[in-house]
Design a protein around this ligand. Structure first.
Ligand code: AHR
Length: 529
């Protein structure tokens, strides 16, 4: 009797399971994805995966810097757990010290044995101990193996102050500043790969007109020099001018003015990049929540993030007019999700959670950058730790990696890969009155010689079957990782850090045809063979 009951139970569950499977297959959308490696395009610059670390909230203090005496394991004051996590995503460059903070930063207060304690009026009005300064930043970069993107103070500093900072960091000859650097512990000159000349100079950086800023840009570009002998011919420091922060006339006029001046520039000044800032915020007055939301907020927020495409297209078109050879890079050096501060947090610290929605948002934006890789050659997500759309969240000794972090990790093979165009019919995902492409995808030939394909299934309800065709290749299979989670607002917490983590995915081709089955609301990166 018991045996019969057990057999009946098994039969019922088998029937139920196949019902679910049938439902999965019946609901799954099918898309054909075709690529041709002979049509390879621009290099996807590794700098598109750059980071931004401002003196803001717990981004630097606690997120990176705990001090040598801390109980939190550290190397010369810098957290070991954070360094290990960042090394794994191969951070190419870090923009520092701000943001708005940069235009009030005075580098001398952050060097030597006695640091000047100041305030951080932009971000909560808290004490700025200046214990994390030039040497600590460079040590941090050394530990994570990233390049320096230093933003100099145009708003409240002087050209002399900025010029002396660069001399301090990069001189190799025995000047007084070089000797001071050596006395402070670093005999060899530092490398500074990228120089930001001001930050949002149209707003928190000093409310300048384009004409006033241009005058500053020319002077800073002329006199703020990099003396590092290793950066005179090769690896020259690239100078990045302040660019637009939106798509209205105010911003197009700004881009026009800077690019027009660039077209007419003489030997005595130079710029190699134009910065652009664009956050995803549906309503600045009533910001979306970063946790505890539903499909409506998921759909609206992702729809909003796709505005990045139009913004890049608009400013690239202006740049093309004055710089058809695309010598000047568009550097999207602040971007990401900006939500309401978490309840109970200091509103000046910009603390927010990071959910599966942010993982999907990252993939959509990185794909936009990759498709514009001929012009967009740098991007810095805001911000690296504990602030806005962070890779990492910490609470004293605890650390958790966010869905955003995992997408950056999955995209490592795209760093310096060569973009391969592809065709596919994205379909449409509709929720209420919001419609957006159901699927997004990019492909590239990696520096490892492999073909890498990324597919984002935006639809939170329906799976997708992707048929991959590579011209001239008889596909054998694919393997990689996929990131999804039970809910659109699933998050990783200190207590449950593995809710949104990538899982292995593979597929075998049959008769040269490859089919990938992708979960709803997922980001997938595979290499195909
Ligand atoms: O990332 C936070 C702030 O946003 C930056 O300091 C500023 O540049 C931008 O407005």
């Amino acid at each position: 009797m018991i045996l019969i009951q057990r057999v009946r139970q098994i039969l019922v569950s088998v029937a139920f399971f196949s019902l679910i499977q049938t439902a999965f297959v019946a609901q799954a959308q099918t898309i054909e994805l075709s690529l041709d490696t002979s049509k390879a395009g621009a290099r996807i610059d590794r700098n598109l995966f750059g980071q931004f670390a401002e003196h803001l909230g717990h981004g630097v203090y606690e997120g990176i810097w705990v001090g040598a005496d801390s109980k939190i394991p550290n190397t010369r004051g810098i957290r070991k757990d954070v360094v290990a996590a960042l090394k794994a995503i191969k951070v190419p460059n870090v923009r520092w010290p701000g943001g708005c903070f940069a235009d009030e930063y005075h580098w001398r207060k952050g060097i030597g044995p006695q640091r000047t304690v100041t305030l951080n009026p932009n971000w909560g009005g808290v004490i700025e101990p200046n214990t994390f300064g030039t040497h600590e930043f460079m040590d941090f970069l050394d530990q994570i193996r990233a390049e320096a993107y230093v933003s100099v103070n145009v708003g409240s500093g002087t050209v002399q102050e900025a010029a002396e900072w660069l001399e301090y960091m990069t001189a190799s000859q025995p000047t007084t500043l070089e000797k001071e650097r050596a006395a402070n512990g670093h005999g060899a000159p530092y490398k500074v790969g990228y120089l930001g000349i001001g930050n949002e100079s149209w707003d928190c950086g000093g409310n300048m007109t384009p004409e006033y800023y241009l005058d500053q840009l020319k002077i800073y570009s002329r006199f703020v020099r990099n003396y590092n002998p290793a950066q005179q011919d090769k690896e020259q420091m690239l100078k990045i001018a302040v660019g637009p922060g939106g798509d209205g006339p105010r911003w197009t006029e700004w881009t026009e003015a800077i690019m027009k001046a660039y077209q007419q520039h003489t030997w005595s000044w130079e710029m190699n990049g134009l910065s652009m800032h664009n956050y995803t915020v549906v309503n600045w007055q009533d910001k979306f929540k970063s946790e505890g939301f539903g499909e409506t907020e998921y759909a609206k927020f992702l729809k909003e993030t796709l505005n990045m495409e139009g913004l890049i297209a608009k400013h690239s078109a202006i740049m093309d007019k004055y710089d058809p050879q695309k010598k000047v890079a568009l550097a999207v050096d602040e971007w990401g999700s900006w939500y309401a501060p978490l309840p109970g947090s200091n509103p000046g610290f910009l603390v927010q959670q990071n959910s599966l929605r942010d993982g999907v948002l990252v993939a959509l934006n990185l794909n936009i950058f990759a498709r514009h890789a001929d012009r967009v050659r740098m991007a810095n997500i805001a911000q690296m730790i504990n602030v806005l759309q962070a890779m990492i969240l910490t609470d004293k000794e605890k650390m958790v990696l966010t869905p955003t972090y995992y997408v950056y990790k999955m995209y490592v093979p795209f760093q310096d890969a060569t973009f391969v165009p592809m065709t596919f019919d994205a379909g449409t995902y509709t929720h209420g009155d919001v419609s957006l492409p159901r699927v997004d995808a990019i492909a590239a030939k990696g520096t490892d010689g492999k073909i890498w394909v990324e597919v984002t299934n935006v639809d939170p309800n329906q799976a997708v079957e992707v048929h991959v065709n590579v011209a001239g290749m008889n596909l054998r299979g694919a393997s990689g990782e996929t990131l999804t989670a039970p809910k659109v607002d699933s998050i990783n917490t200190f207590e449950a850090p593995n809710t949104v983590v990538p899982k292995a995915i593979s597929a075998k081709a049959s008769a040269g045809k490859l089919t990938l089955k992708l979960e709803p609301k997922s980001v997938t990166v595979v290499s195909v063979e």
